[in-house]
Design a protein around this ligand. Structure first.
Ligand SMILES: Nc1ncnc2c1ncn2[C@@H]1O[C@H](COP(=O)(O)OP(=O)(O)OP(=O)(O)O)[C@@H](O)[C@H]1O
Length: 375
C-alpha cells in the first residue's frame, strides 16, 4: 500500500488484498498438517478409481479440524482424474433424513431435483441405483456432520440402505464416508445391530491443531488476504493463541477478518491487539452461530424459552414451551436432547426438597449471545 505516512487509510484503500479468503466456504489452496489423514482417506477411496467399491470410512475430530476440507480436496481430485467415480458430499445439517439424503443423491445423478410429489423412498433408491449401473459409475457418499442424522434418528436406516445397495440392487457400487464432529457420539455404538454387522469402516482421526500449526496455517491466509505489513508476527501469535483455546480453526479465520474490519473502521492500515481482542468477543461464538443456523422453528422456540427461564426445572420449562408451541412432552424431550448434543443447552441434576431428583435446564452460553444469533 502507498499513501499516508502516519499509517492512516485513505478512502479508496483497504487492509484486505482479498477478503474472500476469510469466507466460510473458501477452500484453501494448501492444506498443511493433514498429510497422514489425506493419505489414509486416499487409500480408502482408491478402489473406486479401479471400478470397485471403496472402503467405508469414519472421519472423526472436533469442529474446525479440516475434515470437510479433506473430503472436498479429494473429491475435487477424483472429479478431475476419475470420470467413472461420482462423489457427493451431503450436509446432514441441511439434509437430515434418509429421504433427504437420497433426494440429494438423485439430484447429483440426474442433475435435477426429484419430483416433490410423493415419490416413495424405494423408487428414489431404485432410480439412483439403476442410473449408477447404467453409467457404470461408482458412487462415494460423504455424510458430513452425520450427527444430525443421529439427532433425527435416521442414521441407521440411511446407512443400512447405502451399505447394502450392492445386495439390493445388483451391480450398484456405493462407498460411504461418515464425517462426525461430535466426539461424545460413538458412531459405531449408536448404529443398530443390523448396520453394525455390515459396517467395518476405516477410522481416520483429525486432532485439533496446536498453536504452532495454527500460526503456520493462518500465516498463509494472512498473506493472501491482507496487504503486506497489516498483521505483525506478535499479533498473529495472539490470534493463534485464541484460536488454540477454542480448538476450532474457524474462530481464527473469522477473527482475522473481523480484526481487519476493526482496523479499517479506525482508518488504520495495521491491525492492533485491541482490534483482535474486540473481534474475539464475536468470533468466539462462530461455533454457536453455526449450531443455531439450521434449527427448526420449534427448536428455536425452545432455545428462546430456556433463555428466558434459564436454570428452572425441566418440567416448568416444558409448561412454557407447550403453551407457546402446543407440542407434547415426547417432542420436547427429543429437542432437549438434540440441543444438548449440539452444546447449546446444559442439563444439571440436583436433589430438590420434596421433589426428589430433578433436572434443570440452562443455556451453555450467555443468553444475550444466544438470542443475538438466533434471529
Ligand atoms: N490445514 C488447513 N489449512 C488451511 N485451512 C484449513 C486447514 N484445516 C482447516 N482449514 C480451514 O478451517 C475451516 C474449518 O475447516 P473444515 O470445515 O474442514 O473443518 P471440519 O473439521 O470439517 O469442521 P466441522 O466438524 O465443524 O464441520 C475451513 O475454513 C478450512 O478452510
Amino acid at each position: 500500500m502507498t499513501g499516508d505516512p502516519d499509517g492512516m487509510l485513505s478512502w479508496d484503500e483497504s487492509v484486505f488484498r482479498d477478503e474472500s479468503v476469510f469466507e466460510v466456504d473458501y477452500v484453501p489452496e494448501t492444506f498443511k498438517h493433514r498429510e497422514s489423514q489425506l493419505e489414509s482417506l486416499k487409500y480408502a477411496l482408491r478402489p473406486a478409481v479401479r471400478g470397485s467399491r471403496p472402503l467405508n470410512t469414519v472421519i472423526r475430530g472436533p469442529p474446525g479440524t479440516g475434515k470437510t476440507t479433506a473430503v472436498q480436496k479429494l473429491f475435487g481430485e477424483l472429479g478431475v482424474e476419475a470420470p467413472n467415480v461420482r462423489t457427493v458430499r451431503v450436509n446432514c445439517q441441511v439434509d437430515s433424513t434418509r429421504y433427504a439424503v437420497f433426494s440429494r443423491l438423485f439430484q447429483s445423478v440426474f442433475d435435477y431435483e426429484p419430483p416433490s410429489s410423493g415419490v416413495s423412498f424405494k423408487k428414489l433408491f431404485e432410480q439412483v441405483s439403476d442410473r449408477l449401473v447404467e453409467e457404470d459409475e461408482v458412487l462415494i457418499v460423504a455424510l458430513d456432520d452425520v450427527n444430525y442424522l443421529f439427532y433425527e434418528n435416521e442414521a441407521s436406516d440411511t446407512m443400512y440402505s447405502l451399505l447394502r445397495a450392492h445386495e439390493t440392487h445388483a451391480g450398484a457400487r456405493i462407498g460411504v464416508v461418515v464425517v462426525s464432529s461430535d466426539l461424545s457420539l460413538s458412531v459405531m455404538d449408536e448404529l443398530d445391530s443390523r448396520v453394525q454387522s455390515v459396517f467395518r469402516p476405516e477410522d481416520i482421526y483429525f486432532p485439533p491443531y496446536d498453536a504452532p500449526e495454527i500460526v503456520d496455517i493462518l500465516r498463509e491466509r494472512v498473506e493472501r488476504g491482507f496487504h503486506e505489513g497489516v498483521l505483525s508476527a506478535p499479533e498473529l501469535d495472539r490470534v493463534a493463541e485464541l484460536t488454540a483455546d477454542s480448538g476450532d480453526l474457524r474462530v481464527g479465520i473469522d477473527l482475522l477478518r473481523r480484526a481487519g474490519l476493526n482496523a479499517e473502521m479506525r482508518g488504520s492500515r495495521t491491525i492492533s491487539e485491541d482490534d483482535i481482542e474486540e473481534a474475539y468477543e464475536r468470533s468466539k461464538y462462530v461455533h454457536l452461530a453455526r449450531s443455531l443456523r439450521e434449527l427448526t422453528d420449534s427448536e428455536r422456540a425452545l432455545v428462546r424459552v430456556v433463555a428466558e427461564h434459564g436454570g428452572e426445572q425441566a418440567g416448568d420449562v416444558y409448561d412454557v414451551f407447550h403453551e407457546e408451541t402446543d407440542l407434547g412432552y415426547t417432542r420436547y424431550s427429543e429437542i432437549v436432547k438434540k440441543l444438548e448434543q449440539l452444546g447449546v443447552l446444559e442439563t444439571e441434576y440436583a436433589d430438590v426438597e420434596g421433589r426428589g431428583r430433578s433436572r434443570s435446564l440452562s443455556l451453555a452460553y450467555e443468553p444475550e449471545a444466544v438470542l443475538d444469533r438466533l434471529e
